[in-house]
Design a binder for this molecule. Structure first.
Ligand code: FPP
Length: 263
């Protein structure tokens, strides 16, 4: 049976959860942080290697100011309150998304979380904040374009691996399973490149209702899947990220990056 190495979650339905209870949407986001804590804890207990959570998209800035402010505040609170426990539990925190346009206080907190937990060897907790796939791919293309313009890169040497290595997720295995709560069935600009061979699970419950049982059920459902990566026996994918997933063996990003000749 398959063991997932990387699970990514679109935590959807906080607003509906709150509205159903006659509460402000921001109460739903607060309840969402509680669900997040439960799932991170459960992922650590299961021995999962990678967990990516979509906490704030590059499109979420279009929400009312009060809601955006609340989400920024919840991120700050989460890092201030939970970083010590995460570190004690050997969790390594990583952030993906555009950091440059975030306020300096948040940038400093994100840097602190990554730096403090850098040497940890347990669960890799990836928080997608101010993240959007199209933005991520655009930034990667700008970086490759700059290398070409400066004569550092021959366009003929651009490969899928080189593109992967320029994304925010460089060095991470592709997600094996993407879960979205709240019954919506779309990716909403989340890990579009990385999801090429991901399995999907759409569950009806709203994110604040998603707990340890739902997480374990999701893993059980993944284990029953048959992955073929475009081939017929699950070993036919030619990219290192796919092969690593298919073989469920160690992913060697540094070697890949060196082999691709990236500085
Ligand atoms: C989608 O639900 C959820 C979000 C846009 C934010 C997810 C954020 C959290 C779970 C808490 C924040 C955590 C951190 C660490 C910052 P929605 O509001 O779109 O729900 P709806 O579709 O029911 O309106």
């Amino acid at each position: 049976m398959l063991e997932p190495r990387h699970i990514a979650i679109i935590m959807d339905g906080n607003g509906r959860w709150a509205t159903k209870r006659g509460l402000a949407r921001t109460a739903g986001h607060k309840a969402g942080v509680e669900a997040l804590r439960i799932v991170v804890n459960e992922a650590g207990k299961c021995g999962l290697q990678w967990l990516t959570l979509f906490a704030f998209s590059s499109e979420n800035w279009s929400r009312p100011d009060s809601e955006v402010t609340e989400l920024l505040m919840l991120l700050k609170l989460f890092i201030r309150r939970d970083l010590g426990v995460l570190n004690k539990n050997n969790v390594r925190v990583r952030i993906i998304g555009d950091r440059i346009h975030l306020e300096p206080e948040i940038r400093a907190l994100l840097d602190e979380a990554e730096n403090l937990t850098r040497a940890n060897t347990g669960l890799n907790l990836v928080i997608a904040f101010n993240y959007g796939s199209r933005d991520e791919i655009t930034r990667a293309m700008q970086s490759l374009g700059a290398d070409i313009a400066a004569g550092r890169l021959d366009p003929r040497s651009i490969s899928a691996d080189l593109i992967s290595a320029h994304l925010d997720t460089s060095g991470m295995p592709d997600p094996d399973l993407i879960i979205r709560t709240s019954g919506e069935m779309r990716l909403s600009n989340f890990l579009l490149w990385q999801a090429a061979y991901a399995e999907f699970l759409f569950v009806e419950c709203l994110w604040p209702e998603f707990g340890a049982k739902e997480f374990k059920d999701a893993i059980a459902s993944y284990k029953m899947r048959s992955r073929r990566f475009g081939g017929i026996d699950g070993t036919s994918c030619s990219t290192p990220a796919c092969e690593a997933s298919a073989n469920n063996d160690e992913f060697l990003p540094v070697e890949m990056v060196k082999a691709a000749g990236i500085k």
